[in-house]
Design a binder for this molecule. Structure first.
Ligand code: ATP
Ligand code: MG
Length: 567
């Protein structure tokens, strides 16, 4: 599959191609991604980023990064920085500098004056509560504000005094004069400005009136010359208002708003409000906790930008909301790491093995390829074999069933890249627990094959005890126990998975991992994909996160959706 195959067919790209062919906007295409800096980006945003920046790449134009910073009390510079880092990490670029809706506050105010002049907006003295109460319902029209028929002169005077700070917070609003009986509630004289004395992260205290999202958004698109303003379905009902404002201010080239379904993932919550709650209440260690569906969390977990872009390609674009199985995201990262992450050996729950036949002072440096399927690609490393080793506790059973192909008394297994060993017995502690497994090796089997060609089924990973790197390994599971946390009026907290994080100490990793750097990704053979933690990894105190286990549950998804690996 090439990147383009998956992306040429969706309805938005088809629509844009039609517009270009019809010479609309002289065939120009300009998109934007407009995050509100009130939280970190999540995987849902990645869908919108891949769409907007992806289209820009396909048309060799630009996608603007515009911070929708119209709501001063919630915005923080930390978010502005994090959002840029995440978009860059995903592999996209927005030209010389990010843009801010707050850069347009002067122009927006001038346009508001134009609307007042034209008799299309008025200053209303009703409180927010009263505005809401007189708005009507889906079945009943709203009732006109008593201030609706103010003269343009009076409105202009009041608007300037609002801006000058003569009235207390919330005392007045500027409202568009549209239609209080419109079937679409968004057209019932929506508020354009509210009075709010709040410090703004960029404009400081210059303003005490702030534009609403609806008043700011389309006009910001128009100022930037955006041709296609792509947003999620909840804005569909806002489109008539978006178009009304653009017509009212009388701009020539009008951006076209097109809506698509937002990404929902099962076993997670996605809204920034809920994610913020998880952070504030300490259910996770921060926005970048590897269990979070945030881009910073996924990055720390070990996801690659490529895997997230592939995922976004695969889910496609629809006009109806649906929920995507998180297994598809896991498949995407597995698929990428399978060909990019070197294979190494790490024992998570160690059990000591003594190879009685191997001399105490001897170390055999075995040759092991990083990519067994493609050995020349990333070369080899040396793996030391010695008398005392660790294997995985689960790879030994004293009294195994017949089809247990791993180690058991009297049975022979292959130690990966090393020797064939046969178990001769066990050592137990006073409590009767196995603390050591005793073996003998076949000296002629160096590299893993029997000299007489006998078949040995099981191959185990292992680490030399003396050479092992002692590490902390963090295993992550789904953050929620149920596919749809918080559904049916339940509190989503009730669905948190108490076992979403398991921390293992004193895991034993092969010595080549002592030169790992934070952020490096590996496959620990037979275990899964792991990543040196970006925050906590130290050479003297290694910490690895499990990105995903090896097991591939994609086969199941394939059946459900009828889409194959190479569809
Ligand atoms: P949330 O509801 O998670 O708080 P939001 O929509 O308030 O998100 P914004 O910062 O306003 O977040 O979003 C920036 C852009 O990303 C918008 O164009 C929005 O439509 C898009 N977006 C947000 N969430 C999703 C999602 N789950 N799937 C696709 N696009 C999304
Ligand atoms: Mg929003």
């Amino acid at each position: 599959m090439t990147e383009n195959d998956a992306t040429t067919t969706d309805f938005i790209r088809a629509r844009i191609a039609d517009d270009v062919a019809a010479g609309i906007n002289h065939g120009r295409v300009l998109t934007r991604f407009p995050p509100e800096p009130n939280g970190y980006l999540h995987i849902g945003h990645a869908k919108s980023i891949c769409l907007n920046f992806g289209i820009a790449q396909e048309y060799a134009t630009r996608c603007n990064l515009r911070f929708d910073d119209t709501n001063p009390s919630k915005e923080e510079d930390e978010y502005v920085r994090a959002i840029q880092e995440d978009i860059r990490w995903l592999g996209f670029d927005w030209g010389d500098r990010p843009l801010y809706a707050s850069d347009y506050f002067d122009q927006l105010f001038e346009w508001a004056v134009v609307l007042v002049d034209k008799g299309l907006a008025y200053v209303c003295d009703l409180s927010a509560e009263e505005v809401r109460a007189t708005r009507g319902t889906l079945t009943e029209p709203g009732s006109p504000s008593p201030y609706r028929e103010r003269s343009a002169t009076e409105n202009l005077d009041l608007l300037h005094r609002m801006r000058a700070g003569e009235f207390p917070d919330g005392a007045r609003t500027l409202r568009a004069k549209i239609d209080m009986a419109a079937p679409n509630l968004n057209l019932r004289d929506p508020v354009m400005y509210r009075i709010l004395r709040a410090h703004h992260h960029r404009t400081g205290d210059a303003w005490c009136i702030y534009p609403t999202y609806d008043w700011a958004h389309g006009q910001s698109d128009a100022i930037e010359g955006i041709t296609h303003s792509l947003c999620t379905l909840e804005f569909e009902d806002h489109r008539p208002l978006y178009e009304w404002y653009l017509a009212a201010i009388g701009v020539e080239q009008r951006p076209q708003q097109i809506e698509f379904a937002r990404l929902n993932l099962n076993y997670t919550v996605m809204s920034k409000r809920r994610l913020l709650q998880l952070v504030r209440e300490g259910h996770v260690s921060g926005w970048d906790d590897p269990r979070m569906p945030t881009l910073s969390g996924l990055r720390r977990r070990g996801f690659t930008p490529e895997s997230i872009r592939t995922f976004c390609d695969r889910i496609g674009l629809a006009k109806r909301d649906s929920t995507v199985d998180i297994a598809l995201l896991e498949w995407a990262v597995r698929d990428h790491l399978n060909t990019t992450a070197p294979r190494v050996m790490g024992v998570l729950r160690p059990l000591k093995v003594v190879v009685e036949s191997f001399p105490e002072d001897r170390v055999d440096e075995l040759d092991a390829p990083y990519f067994p399927d493609d050995p020349p690609r990333m070369g080899h490393r040396k793996v030391p074999f010695s008398r005392e080793l660790f294997i995985e506790r689960a790879d030994f059973m004293e009294d195994p069933p017949k089809k247990f192909w791993r180690l058991a008394p009297g049975r022979e297994v292959r130690l990966r890249w090393g020797y064939l060993v046969t178990c001769t017995g066990v050592v137990k502690n006073e409590a009767g627990e196995i603390v050591e497994v005793r073996c003998v090796h076949d000296p002629g089997s160096r590299g893993g094959n029997a000299p007489d060609g006998r078949r040995v089924q099981g191959t185990l990973h292992w680490v030399s005890a003396r050479h092992a790197v002692d590490a902390e390994v963090r295993l992550y599971d789904r953050m929620f126990r149920v596919p749809n946390p918080g559904a049916g009026g339940a509190d989503f907290h009730e669905h948190l998975n108490p076992e979403s994080l398991e921390v293992l100490q004193h895991c034993k990793l092969e010595p080549s991992l002592s030169s790992a750097a934070s952020g490096d990704r590996f496959q620990f053979e037979r275990q899964g994909y792991f990543c040196a933690d970006r925050r906590d990894y130290r050479a003297e105190r290694p910490v690895f996160n499990r990105t995903v286990p090896l097991r591939d549950s994609w086969a199941k998804i394939e059946q459900q959706t009828g889409r194959g690996h190479n569809a």
